[in-house]
Design a protein around this ligand. Structure first.
Ligand code: DPM
Length: 323
């Protein structure tokens, strides 16, 4: 197969989901590449994924592999698109044969954010009243928040960001927990009422970064994509993904992380929590950023010895293994 880049048309097809957030992200990638390679044409091709179609079922219950990525991956395998832009946290840690994670872009704030109904605007997460209805479909957020705030009522919420915010504003929830990065990218930073500190809740693996997935057999295409790589984000996210992969946790299990790089040292903190928030295992490993994946594996091994595996087995029994 001729390389996509050396082909006569020099048009590169970028695959994206259709959601507003996905398109903002993909258009950013498209614009950056266009700047770096003005002689090439970059086109965006949109596709719906299973996760876009099933909107009425709790995410954790669908728990399928690559809920937001599979159709785009098929598109690459079938040569309908050349690469795909994903929210890295939605990209499974095991990729289909022939596909690789070509680049990881600079991360936005990876933390979760509290978004409140107007009537609570004087309050913070630790002052919201008992019985406050908190909207989230993330088992990770649910488990960690339940641990600290057992007096809240947690309720599933699905749909795109605007749908969720509309439900909040209509009074269906007292507050939502959403990724700060998603709100920021959509120009809604003003809805970030409080950034949830890591002492309360660790973020998801890869949160706030974009992952560009491509075919592994096309070095000239890879060379385009790696122009967008952000080395520090890559090292942090590779450690996080290696931790998740080693624990065999999918993206729908209560596993959270925090990473930091100082000099050449990378520190990875992890948490595995039971869904009811009563059991938690947490630990931290520091190692060379250049050995990011090793740091992730080591943390997983240590946390397994501390009981993380038992907590995960319990959850897999209920919701399946996911990705
Ligand atoms: C994954 C989760 C959620 C998304 C689970 C988790 C949140 C689901 C929910 C794996 N993917 O975080 O524990 O709260 O109902 C998703 C969002 C973004 C990427 C939205 C969000 C934007 C932020 C980013 C959905 N995927 O988390 O509020 O790029 O990291």
């Amino acid at each position: 197969m001729p390389s996509a880049v050396s082909s006569q048309t020099r048009t590169i097809r970028i695959g994206s989901r259709k959601s507003q957030l996905a398109l903002v992200q993909t258009h950013w990638v498209q614009a950056e590449l266009q700047k770096n390679f003005p002689e090439i044409t970059f086109e965006v091709h949109t596709m719906s994924t299973q996760g876009d179609k099933i909107l009425d079922v709790a995410l954790a219950k669908i728990g399928d592999k690559g809920l937001f990525t599979k159709e785009l991956e098929l598109g690459m395998v079938n040569n309908e698109i050349d690469f795909a832009v994903h929210s890295l946290k939605d990209l499974p840690t095991h990729l289909p044969l022939g596909l690789i994670l070509g680049a990881i872009t600079k991360r936005e704030n990876p933390a979760d954010a509290l978004v409140v109904h107007e009537k609570h605007k004087a309050l913070q997460i630790d002052t919201l009243p008992a019985g406050a209805v908190i909207g989230t479909s993330s088992l990770r957020r649910l488990a960690q928040l339940r641990h600290h705030f057992p007096h809240f009522v947690f309720k599933d919420v699905r749909g795109n960001l605007n749908t969720r915010l509309a439900k909040l504003d209509a009074g269906e929830y007292d507050a939502l927990i959403l990724a700060a990065a998603g709100l920021e990218r959509l120009g809604m930073s003003d809805r970030v009422h409080q950034v949830i500190p890591k002492e309360i809740s660790l973020h998801a693996v890869g949160q706030g970064a974009l992952g560009i997935e491509c075919r592994g057999n096309d070095p000239s295409l890879l060379a385009l994509i790696t122009s967008l790589e952000h080395p520090e984000t890559r090292d942090r996210c590779l450690a996080e993904r290696s931790f998740l992969r080693s624990l065999e946790g999918g993206c729908q299990v209560p596993i959270g992380v925090n990473t930091e790089i100082i000099g050449d040292q990378l520190t990875l903190m992890g948490i595995v929590a039971s869904v009811d928030g009563t059991k938690m295992v947490t630990d931290t490993v520091t190692g060379l950023a250049a050995d990011a994946e090793k740091v992730g594996i080591e943390l997983a091994q240590r946390m397994r010895q501390l009981g993380a595996q038992e907590i995960l087995e319990e959850i897999f029994k209920e919701v399946g293994r996911g990705t």
